[in-house]
Ligand binder design. Structure first.
Ligand SMILES: Nc1ncnc2c1ncn2[C@@H]1O[C@H](COP(=O)(O)OP(=O)(O)OP(=O)(O)O)[C@@H](O)[C@H]1O
Ligand SMILES: O=P(O)(O)OC[C@H]1O[C@H](OP(=O)(O)OP(=O)(O)O)[C@H](O)[C@@H]1O
Length: 206
């Protein structure tokens, strides 16, 4: 029996392939998958899904382990075992906005794809803000006057720069994480251990 790994499509996909290759896995079936969403390799079955769905497949035990951004775990709090950080998908959360904007006389409006992370962050600092949930292109919100500032992921800073926005406050850093189904960890230890051992990184990864 082979373990089932749920992989986040998109950004993390390529970086995870490189990570596997560095560890000696034959990733050709994954690289040649075309539009297929399920692929078998010599070592595991892989399924490809959006980050939040990766967490759902792992939570329900359809996948034994998952590769997902820490942002998904923090925002959605799935009932999974958060096993270990991975040395890719590194970025940070920040509050950003228009450097020339003056402080509003009303409550600050924050646009974000991450309302739970944002609520928690401001609540812990005793600050009351209005949060507007967007699904993407969050940088537009302060440019068009929908919000004063945004809470979003920043990696290179290019998106902010090209839209005339700046980081106003660094929040915290994040990376991709390896998650596991709680039962799989107990019941399928023998088949999961070799894979998980090979994912462990001796040196500090973040
Ligand atoms: N600019 C970035 N740099 C590095 N990692 C990022 C960046 N943006 C997102 N990530 C990480 O990669 C994961 C997948 O991001 P990706 O943009 O591929 O999917 P998404 O955020 O679900 O967007 P989409 O809806 O376009 O699929 C995120 O959950 C996050 O952990
Ligand atoms: O600092 P950078 O390297 O520019 O990366 C940051 C951008 O990447 C992500 O957006 P994504 O490309 O996932 O698009 P989205 O706005 O549709 O979420 C994030 O939401 C920022 O917009």
């Amino acid at each position: 029996m082979k373990p089932v790994i749920a992989l986040t499509k998109g950004r993390l996909e390529k970086q995870f392939m490189e990570f596997l290759q560095e560890r000696g896995y034959d990733v050709r079936p994954l690289l040649n998958k075309g539009r297929k969403l399920q692929v078998e390799t010599d070592d595991f079955f892989a399924v490809f899904a959006k980050g939040i769905d990766v967490a759902t497949y792992v939570e329900h035990g359809i996948a034994d382990i998952g590769i997902v951004g820490e942002d998904i775990l923090l925002e959605c709090q799935p009932d999974v075992f958060d096993l270990l950080p991975l040395p890719f998908g590194k970025c940070r959360f920040a509050i950003a906005g228009d450097p020339t904007a003056v402080n509003p006389m009303r409550k600050q409006r924050i646009a974000t794809k991450y309302p739970n992370i944002t609520t928690k962050y401001f609540r812990e600092r005793g600050k009351s803000v209005d949060i507007l949930k967007l699904e993407g292109s969050v940088e537009l919100a302060p440019l068009l006057g929908l919000a004063d500032d945004i809470v979003d992921i920043v990696e290179t800073g290019s998106t902010l720069k090209e839209n005339g926005l700046v980081v106003k406050e660094e929040m915290f850093t994040l990376s991709a994480r390896c998650i596991a189904n709680r039962n799989s960890l107990k019941l399928k230890k023998a088949i999961l251990s070799p894979l998980l051992d090979s994912f462990r990184i001796e040196e500090a990864v973040i």
